[in-house]
Design a binder for this molecule. Structure first.
Ligand code: CA
Length: 371
């Protein structure tokens, strides 16, 4: 009886002993049964600078969660952008097995397939909660699995920046006319939308933006939101900060696991990785929501930032262009078409429900209540 209780309360030490097949009464070979967590170190590459708030730190937390949930038996060695491979080489590194896991944003892989954009954010697309609904219950994960499997990768959501802002401009934008000819840093499908409404969009990596803004090479830029944007100091070069961020209404971060590595894990080890990703996803939505509000105050009160709403004609033109861009993207190939149709159906449902729930409540609260 006592021996049984000792075994049952063995905890992490018990798991470690089991995993190592040690001389502690556990028959050799038990380390391979489904359910045992076996000592293993996985290499994680990321698209983020080391310790970058919310992005780099969320990759670090995801790695830590895997270790915590496995009682320290499954560990992750993390490499920031440039430490093992460059940011945008992360996908290939995991695909060919040079690394085991990446933490990044799926829209960085649109060169592999344009369909990857739908799993991060597209202009006028889904909020953080809406993309979770599509991924978990709207058929999104199965399609994402199918897409990533073509590249030998198993994907998961593992973070979300929440709503991003439209970005920083050196001069005020009072109409669509004011936007014409301006050179703006906005990557991906959002950049394509800007090009179609008269601006000139460029894609620059995060670390290159400030210099380009300072030298006048660009007239404006988007990055993430108040918390992350303050860290780069854009307010020093461009005082006008525009909302809403039509281009990235809830940018989801992703983890990709090499598919051979994934298939070599037993059900417990797979569950640990999945749980760590979901933990990171939930935590980041809370973290961005809390910090963006604080840092927005700081930007306005300490740094004299002028907050502005994008003019109606800019929003209307961007929405019209976004519909064209998304439909053209969907026509790229059969799988991208199916992913777009699933995304569109889920968004239509979210919009129908949102109209009488979140949207209606927030409008009512704004007009009637404050604490
Ligand atoms: Ca962005």
């Amino acid at each position: 009886m006592i021996k049984r209780r000792q075994l049952l309360t063995g905890g992490a030490l018990g798991a470690a002993g089991l995993a190592a097949g040690c001389e502690c009464g556990v028959p050799a070979g038990l380390d391979n049964i489904a359910g045992a967590v076996r000592p293993r170190e996985l290499k994680m590459v990321t698209t983020w600078p080391k310790d970058f708030p919310g992005l780099g730190t969320m990759a670090e937390r995801t790695a830590q969660f895997i270790s915590d949930l496995s009682g320290g038996v499954l560990t992750v060695k993390l490499f920031a952008a440039g430490e093992l491979v460059s940011a945008f080489e992360s996908f290939d590194a995991v695909s060919d097995g040079a690394a085991d896991i990446y933490h990044g944003a799926e829209y960085y892989w649109v060169g592999k397939s344009p369909a990857f954009a739908f799993f991060t954010a597209v202009p006028f697309g889904m909020t953080a909660v809406e993309i979770m609904a599509w991924t978990e219950f709207g058929g999104g994960q199965a399609l994402w699995d199918e897409l990533s499997a073509k590249f030998n990768i198993k994907p998961f959501a593992a973070g979300n920046t929440g709503h991003q802002l439209a970005g920083w401009y050196k001069k005020e934008i009072n109409s669509l006319e004011d936007l014409r000819g301006l050179k703006i840093r906005m990557p991906g499908l959002g950049g394509e939308v800007l090009r179609r409404i008269g601006a000139s969009a460029v894609a620059l990596a995060g670390g290159e933006i400030y210099q380009a803004l300072q030298s006048g090479a660009i007239d404006g830029t988007e990055w993430v939101g108040p918390w992350n944007d303050l860290a780069f100091g854009f307010y020093n070069e461009a005082k006008y900060y525009y909302w809403p961020g039509f281009h990235e209404p809830g940018a989801q971060l992703g983890v990709g696991v090499n598919l051979d590595v994934w298939n070599s894990l037993n059900t417990t080890e797979q569950a640990i990785i999945k749980a760590a990703c979901q933990w990171a996803n939930n935590l980041s939505i809370a973290e961005y929501t809390a910090n963006n509000a604080d840092y927005l105050d700081l930007l306005i009160e300490e740094h004299g930032v002028e907050l502005r709403r994008l003019p109606d004609d800019v929003i209307a033109a961007a929405a019209k262009a976004a519909k064209e861009v998304l439909e053209e993207t969907a026509a790229a190939d059969e799988l991208t078409g199916r992913i777009f149709e699933s995304f569109r159906a889920s968004l239509a449902q979210s919009q129908a429900w949102g109209r009488i729930s979140d949207e209606a409540f927030m409008a009512a609260r704004r007009e009637t209540f404050s604490l």
